[in-house]
Design a binder for this molecule. Structure first.
Ligand SMILES: [Zn+2]
Length: 314
């Protein structure tokens, strides 16, 4: 296995009520001794499907998975609330997908971005002043959904960080897109300077979360703050211009819904049918918003072209 892959697949260690439970710990320890040593380990490797090996599932992971369900069964039988394990709810594993619903929703978000990017490129000429900024935004978004799909397929220390960092990059790029659209077309050097500030901010954000222990509270607060700047800036501009550009309702709806739907994350309930949790619901809910946002970007780019051709200014 390549060193990068080993790093990528190194497990995440986060403690939760379920994995602190003595029944679970004893189950994992005896399963590991029984199945993950000597000839039984050889049998495990021989019997394990190739796709599981390629995605880094090892004998200990299988022990944890089986013991998790054993513990959940005991909790439910005794009338206790379902606990989390290693920072996650119990999810049914489908093939090598650790959280199938969130992985599928992330893939569909990425696919929606790809389809809408193609449509955007087909209907907007490259001469449009916002064309390249919109294209970069699409690339940053597709990259984020790619890592989200990987992370929900296989949660490791590296895939988790990539998911978080790439998601932050999308919000920051959306702020840049807003700056470019609202001020940058008239004051290009301001947009360039502001873009540089955002790059430095992103580098500091990533460094802080990488060099020390991953600070989940800070990460959530930082993303919520970036999201709020994005929401207020887009909203203020859209409301001011709504009488000239009727299609701006699309942008208003997207930024308001994006911020509101993020509250779904606060509904932290055990997965429905052990598949669908609040996080997956949130990812599914953003799929149509991608379509609407690209539709806004297309309308706005065509509007800019029309206005520029008449007045030569925005
Ligand atoms: Zn996610």
């Amino acid at each position: 296995m390549a060193p990068f892959l080993v790093l990528l697949l190194a497990g995440v260690v986060t403690a939760s009520r379920g994995d602190r439970e003595p029944v679970y710990r004893e189950c994992v320890s005896s399963c590991e001794q029984r199945n993950c040593t000597g000839s039984r380990l050889q049998d495990f490797w021989a019997e394990q499907p190739l796709y599981m090996r390629l995605t880094g599932w090892v004998c200990l992971d299988d022990c944890r998975y089986q013991c998790m369900w054993h513990t959940v069964y005991l909790y439910i039988k005794e009338g206790y609330a379902v606990p989390q394990f290693h920072g996650k709810w119990p999810f049914f594993r489908f093939l090598f997908f650790q959280e199938p619903a969130s992985a599928l929703a992330s893939f569909l978000n990425g696919f929606a971005n790809l389809v809408m990017l193609r449509r955007y490129r087909a209907s907007v000429p490259a001469s449009c002043p916002m064309y390249h900024t919109c294209l970069t935004f699409a690339m940053v978004s597709i990259n984020a959904w790619f890592w989200s799909t990987i992370f929900h397929t296989r949660d490791t220390a590296i895939t988790e960080k990539m998911d978080y960092f790439c998601a932050s990059a999308v919000i920051l790029h959306s702020i840049y897109l807003c700056c470019m659209r609202t001020l940058g077309l008239r004051y290009p050097s301001f947009a360039t300077a502001f873009g540089a500030v955002l790059v430095v901010l992103f580098a500091c954000h990533v460094s802080y979360l990488t060099l020390g222990r991953f600070d989940y509270s800070y990460n959530m607060l930082a993303n919520a703050s970036f999201g709020m700047v994005n929401l207020v800036w887009w909203l203020a501009w859209c409301l001011k211009r709504r009488s000239h550009q009727p299609y701006l309702w699309k942008c208003v709806l997207v930024v308001v819904l994006l911020q509101s739907l993020a509250l779904l994350e606060l509904l932290d309930f055990p997965p429905f049918l052990w598949v669908l949790d609040a996080h997956a619901l949130w990812h599914f809910s953003t799929i149509p918003l991608n379509v609407l946002f690209y539709s806004f970007l297309k309308d706005d780019s065509l509007y800019l072209l029309k206005v520029n051709s008449v007045l030569k200014v925005d």
